[in-house]
Design a protein around this ligand. Structure first.
Ligand code: F0G
Length: 463
C-alpha cells in the first residue's frame, strides 16, 4: 500500500483507488472517496506549534500560502507540484459587537474571514489543492457546477496559472452579479443551464465523466484536503487551543466534511486532545441537512446512514416539486453531495444542525457589516445560527465560538443595497417575495437637495 491513496468512506466497503485517480467515486459501491494517509510512512509534525517556524519564511510561496504552510497535514502533494496563488491569507477576528448580538460574552465570538482569499471566498483553499491534484493527472480542462463561488475560484485559478480551461455550469438566474462578473471577466466558459444548482450538479458529473474533464466540485476529495486548513488557521490564531464551537453555513456540505476530517486526523495523530463541536446552519428554504439530521434522526451509523429515509425525503421533494429557495444563493441547494461525509463529521465532533430564515440571515449580515467585516448572505447564516443556538441554550454565553465568514460582502451587492435601500420597490423586488419583511438594521442613505445649507443641516442632524 502506498502512503497516500483514495479510500471509500464506508468502512464496510473500504475499496481503494490510486492517488492520481480522477473519478472521485468508489469503484465498488459508487460512494464518496476520502484522501487517505498511512501516517506511519509519512512525517506528520510532532506538535502543531512547529508550524509557527514557517511564519518567518514568507518569501517561500509554500510558506506564504495559508494552505500549504500545513503541507505535512495534507501530504498528497510534492512541494514542486503545488499550484498556489497566495490563498489562505485570512484572519480570525474577535468581534465583540457581533458577540453581543448573538448573546455571547465579550471575547467569546470570533469571525474567520475567508472573504479575504484571492477570489473572495473560502473556495480558494480547496481549489489550490484540486489544482495541484489535477496537475498530477495531467488534466487540461476543469469543470464545476456552482452557485457562484466555486466557479469564481476555478476561473481565477485557470486564468492566473494558465494551466487549464475553466468550464462552469450555473443555474440560470441563480448566481449573484459579483460572482457572475468574476466568471466572465476571468474568461471561463460559462454554461447557463435552464435549472438550478441541483440540476447543474447532476449534469456536470455526467459531462465530466463523458468528456474526461477534471471535476473540481467538493465531491472531489482533494478540494476538502485544502479546506481542512481553514481549521488549522483557526487553531493557529487561538494559539492551538481549540474553541468550543465552530459554526458554518451548510450548502453542498464540503466545509463541514473537511472540518470533521481535519479534527479527526489531528486527534488521531495525538496533536489535539479535545475537538470543537460543529454546528451547521442551513437556510430555511434549503434545509435538507437540517430536516434529515434533526427531524428524521439520520446518522452516520458507521457508514450505513438510513438510505431509505434519505431517498424517501428526496422523493417527497420531487413529488411536491419543492426546489431550494433562499436569498443566500450560495447555499440554495437541496441535494448536498457530501451528505454522508457531513454525517460522519457531526458524529466525530458532536454536531448539531439548525435552519435560519432569510430575515435572520440578512439581519445578522447587517450586524457583521456594522462590526467591521463584510460578508455575503450565506456567510451570515453562521452568525444567525450561533444566535439561535445561544437562545436555545445549546451554546452557553461564555463558550468560545468561531463563525466562518465564507464569502466577501462584494459578492452580492444587490442584496446588500436592497436591504439598506430607502426605496420600497427595490426592497420588495429583491427581498419582499422571500418573506423578508423588514430591514431591521438598515443604514439608509440620506436624500438631500444639491444645496450646501441642506447638506450641512443633514450632516448635523444625523451624525
Ligand atoms: N458559503 C458560501 C459563500 C458558499 O459559496 C458556499 C458554497 C457555502 C457557504 C456552502 O459551503 O458547500 O461547503 O457547504 N458554495 C458552492 C459554490 C456550492 O458553488 O460556490 P459547502
Amino acid at each position: 500500500m502506498e502512503a497516500v491513496f483514495q479510500r471509500c468512506i464506508r468502512p464496510a466497503c473500504g475499496a481503494t483507488a490510486a492517488l492520481d485517480d480522477t473519478s472521485f467515486v468508489c469503484p465498488r459501491c459508487g460512494g464518496l472517496m476520502d484522501v487517505a494517509y498511512d501516517w506511519s510512512k509519512l512525517q506528520p509534525p510532532a506538535a502543531l506549534r512547529d508550524f509557527e517556524k514557517k511564519w518567518a519564511q514568507r518569501g517561500n510561496p509554500l510558506h506564504f500560502s495559508g494552505v500549504w504552510r500545513f503541507l505535512e497535514l495534507l501530504p498528497f502533494a510534492h512541494p514542486e507540484k503545488v499550484m498556489t496563488i497566495g490563498e489562505g491569507q485570512t484572519i480570525l477576528q474577535r468581534a465583540d459587537a457581533v458577540a453581543q448580538y448573538a448573546g455571547l460574552n465579550a471575547g467569546c465570538l470570533f469571525l474567520q474571514y475567508e472573504g479575504m482569499n484571492p477570489s473572495g471566498s473560502f473556495k480558494d483553499n480547496g481549489m489550490t489543492a484540486a489544482f495541484t491534484h489535477a496537475r498530477l493527472s495531467g488534466a487540461r480542462r476543469a469543470a464545476c457546477a456552482s452557485t457562484g463561488n466555486t466557479s469564481a475560484s476555478l476561473a481565477v485559478f485557470c486564468s492566473a496559472t494558465g494551466l487549464m480551461r475553466a468550464i462552469i455550469f450555473i443555474g440560470s438566474g441563480k448566481i449573484s452579479y459579483g460572482k457572475l462578473a468574476q466568471a466572465l471577466d476571468h474568461g471561463a466558459l460559462t454554461v447557463q443551464i435552464a435549472g438550478d444548482f441541483d440540476d447543474a450538479m447532476q449534469r456536470v458529473q455526467q459531462v465530466a465523466r463523458k468528456l474526461g474533464i477534471y471535476l473540481v466540485n467538493s465531491i472531489n476529495p482533494f478540494r476538502l484536503e485544502g479546506q481542512k486548513t481553514i481549521m488549522f488557521r483557526v487553531l493557529e490564531a487561538l494559539r492551538w487551543e481549540p474553541p468550543d464551537w465552530i459554526v458554518v453555513p451548510g450548502g453542498n456540505l464540503g466545509n463541514v466534511s473537511a472540518f470533521g476530517k481535519a479534527f479527526g486526523e489531528l486527534a488521531d495523530l495525538g496533536l489535539l486532545t479535545r475537538v470543537p463541536r460543529l454546528a451547521v446552519i442551513n437556510a430555511a428554504g434549503a434545509s435538507t441537512f437540517f430536516q434529515l439530521y434533526e427531524r428524521f434522526g439520520v446518522r452516520w451509523n458507521n457508514g450505513q446512514p438510513q438510505d431509505k429515509l434519505i431517498d424517501g425525503y428526496y422523493q417527497g421533494l420531487d413529488a411536491e416539486k419543492i426546489r431550494a429557495a433562499t436569498i443566500a444563493s450560495a447555499i440554495e441547494i437541496n441535494h448536498p453531495v457530501n451528505l454522508p461525509k457531513a454525517l460522519r463529521a457531526l458524529e466525530r465532533c458532536g454536531g448539531v444542525v439548525r435552519e435560519v430564515s432569510d430575515q435572520e440571515i440578512l439581519d445578522a449580515k447587517a450586524k457583521v457589516g456594522a462590526g467591521g467585516l463584510g460578508c455575503e448572505p450565506a456567510s451570515a447564516a453562521s452568525v444567525a445560527g450561533a444566535r439561535k443556538l445561544r437562545r436555545e441554550g445549546v451554546i452557553a454565553a461564555g463558550e468560545r465560538v468561531v463563525c466562518i465568514l465564507t464569502g466577501h460582502q462584494l459578492k452580492d451587492p444587490t442584496t446588500t443595497v436592497a436591504y439598506h435601500s430607502t426605496d420600497q420597490k427595490t426592497f420588495d423586488d429583491v427581498l419582499g417575495h422571500r418573506g423578508v419583511r423588514r430591514a431591521t438594521f438598515a443604514n439608509r442613505a440620506v436624500q438631500v437637495p444639491n444645496d450646501l445649507d441642506d447638506i450641512i443641516k443633514a450632516i448635523e442632524l444625523y451624525s
